[in-house]
Write a protein that binds this ligand. Structure first.
Ligand code: SF4
Length: 567
């Protein structure tokens, strides 16, 4: 059987520079930066300081493509740097009072203190902005001698047989037809003994690698949620209640369930109080929702229109917007974590606890464990998959595995609906994570979409003050792409969109994208969707949720994408 096609916009048959390094890390998120830092320390301790460790990042600046809630469990960071607070790791606030609100259409039942569900208790955790945290981690890495190259997207994996030998970075200076402009620069072939894929959720290189090498054999399909986030400045009165006098300067943390999803799908929201009269607000919905008109952004706006939320925003101002996907499938959906010449870490490896909606500590731990295995492999001069399997062994013996094992059936229990999921989740709590079934299977999200005739989704009313539409929100993400370049959203077969998808699913791409990238033309015989790729916030929802797997996200030119700040 031939290997699946690797999609890329790079020109073939071009002479390219070669850059040899020892360890190459693709993506500058918390997992890869933790891995780079720990690896550099281990190499220095073993007298292997001559080894080069290089991190490539597609954003113009490290952190600009990083987004999270985020309430951080400090366990991973404390292992990376026991003195992380003294070293100046940016923290918005310690977590203060926490609660869970169950929302009906107009009401709210508040579960506070002892009544707050255990998964949503956050005492001892910290509210952070992850794009600031990774900026700080980058500085720590560089101080140790790690090289970090932002603005260098990895476009393709380089293979030698079944072995990963590095990546090819993205060409720049191609016009919208894929032809060379005067400023054309071919990407480099960066070759490494070990390549670490920490691209985040649904990494486009890891997706190819997992399929090509069958790394998901016998695993559950990964299932994802799309998270929408806004950062708000609120009135001083609201600010004082959420992170001020009323909370002793700590940040109030509230998660909500219920409206607008009700019992129809898996999802919920967060509200975190930040200093300076700011609130972090977000909504996450599972992409196995079934409804062909599923629109995570519309659900977020409908949630903001609930009286309990809307009143928090009255008189306030939207500061920032962003969106990303999160891997919710848990332990049984994690792919094999290594092979010849590579490892997978962080969201790319499925390191996320969906029950608590937390992954930063697990991502950092994955980076630490991978670093141990890579250092051993380099010292032995053997970077085969068999040698790097030490990473999986370390994971299986770690607290990260223990945590994920306790919630191994969590997300799949909600496959049959929210209420049956809640019952199973209750049983899981008294059976050490087993629940009603020893191992639940799952479905790939794109296979769960029902015909558009069964859709019940409606759109909320938008305004310019609190309930912004997608384009207004995209503006607040700072997203920019060079317009004269090939679209990085590949619609593989537009005939499927026209002939089948319109009839069967009503072209869901125009709904699920949180950045209004896809438009369905009004003419009677359209050629396919209009793709406004310059709006793309790189969330990967389309790559995951298209019912025909007809959309392929590939990496655009360096520097393109959102410019998150404070998210
Ligand atoms: Fe997300 Fe795809 Fe829309 Fe880009 S085009 S914002 S990756 S759904």
């Amino acid at each position: 059987m031939s290997a699946p096609r690797q999609y890329s916009l790079n020109l073939p048959d071009v002479e390219r520079e070669e850059l040899p390094v020892d360890v190459l890390l693709v993506g500058a998120g918390p997992a890869n930066l933790a891995c780079a830092i720990h690896l550099q320390r281990l190499l220095q301790a073993r007298g292997l300081s001559d080894k080069t460790v290089l991190v490539l990042e597609k954003a113009e600046e490290v952190g600009q493509h990083t987004l999270s809630g985020a309430v951080m469990n400090p366990r991973g960071m404390s292992e990376l740097f026991p003195d992380w607070r003294e070293r100046g790791c940016p923290v918005e606030a310690e977590v203060g009072p926490d609660a869970m609100w169950w929302l009906t259409r107009a009401g709210a039942t508040r579960f506070e203190g002892a009544l707050c569900p255990p998964q949503l208790k956050n005492h001892g955790n910290f509210i952070v902005s992850m794009n600031q945290v990774v900026g700080w981690m980058k500085a720590q890495a560089e101080a140790l001698g790690v090289q970090v190259y932002p603005g260098f997207p990895a476009a393709e994996i380089l293979f030698e047989g079944g072995r990963v030998i590095g990546v090819q970075t993205r060409d720049s200076g191609l016009d919208k037809h894929g032809q060379r402009k005067d400023a054309y620069q071919p990407g480099m072939n960066v070759k490494a003994a070990v390549t670490v894929f920490g691209e985040g959720a649904r990494g486009h290189l890891a997706k190819h690698l997992i399929r090509r090498l069958g790394l998901d054999e016998d695993r559950n399909p990964q299932t994802y949620g799309t998270g929408i986030k806004e950062l708000w400045e609120v009135t001083p009165e609201i600010g004082a209640q959420w992170c001020g006098a009323a909370t002793g300067g700590k940040g109030r943390v509230v998660h909500t369930g219920g409206h607008p999803l009700g019992f129809d799908g898996y999802g919920g929201s967060w509200i975190y109080g930040l200093p300076g009269n700011r609130l972090s607000l977000g909504y996450v919905v599972g992409l196995d929702h079934h409804d062909a008109r599923l629109d995570p952004h519309a659900l977020f706006v409908a949630w903001k229109q609930h009286p309990a939320i809307a009143k928090l925003l009255a008189g306030g101002k939207l500061l920032r917007y962003g969106a990303k996907t999160v891997p919710e499938g848990g332990y049984f959906a994690m792919p094999k974590l290594q092979g010849d010449g590579f490892v997978l870490v962080g969201d790319t490896g499925g390191f996320l606890n969906a029950s608590t909606l937390k992954g930063v500590h697990l991502s950092i731990k994955s980076g630490l464990l991978a670093a141990e295995a890579i250092a051993d492999a380099l010292a032995a001069g053997d970077t085969s998959g068999a040698r790097l399997a030490r990473y999986s062994e370390l994971f299986e013996a770690s607290w990260a595995r223990t945590e994920l094992w306790k919630v191994r059936n969590w997300r799949q229990a909600f496959d049959q609906g929210f209420l049956s999921g809640m019952i199973d989740a209750g049983v899981q709590m008294i059976t050490g994570g087993r629940g009603l079934v020893a191992r639940r299977r799952g479905h790939a999200d794109h296979t769960t979409t029902r015909p558009v005739s069964a859709s019940r989704m409606t759109k909320p009313a938008y305004d310019d003050t609190r309930f912004m539409d997608k384009l207004t929100d995209v503006y607040h993400s700072g997203t920019v792409h060079e317009e004269d370049q090939p679209a990085h959203l590949l619609v593989k077969d537009a005939a499927i969109c026209v002939d089948r998808c319109t009839r069967e699913f009503g072209n869901p791409c125009q709904h699920f994208c949180p950045a209004a990238v896809y438009e369905w033309p009004s003419e009677s015989t359209p050629a396919g969707p209009i793709v406004n790729f310059s709006n793309c916030v790189h969330c990967k929802t389309c790559d995951i949720a298209d019912p025909y797997e007809n959309i392929e996200w590939v990496v655009p030119e360096g520097g393109g994408g959102p410019k998150y700040h404070g998210l």
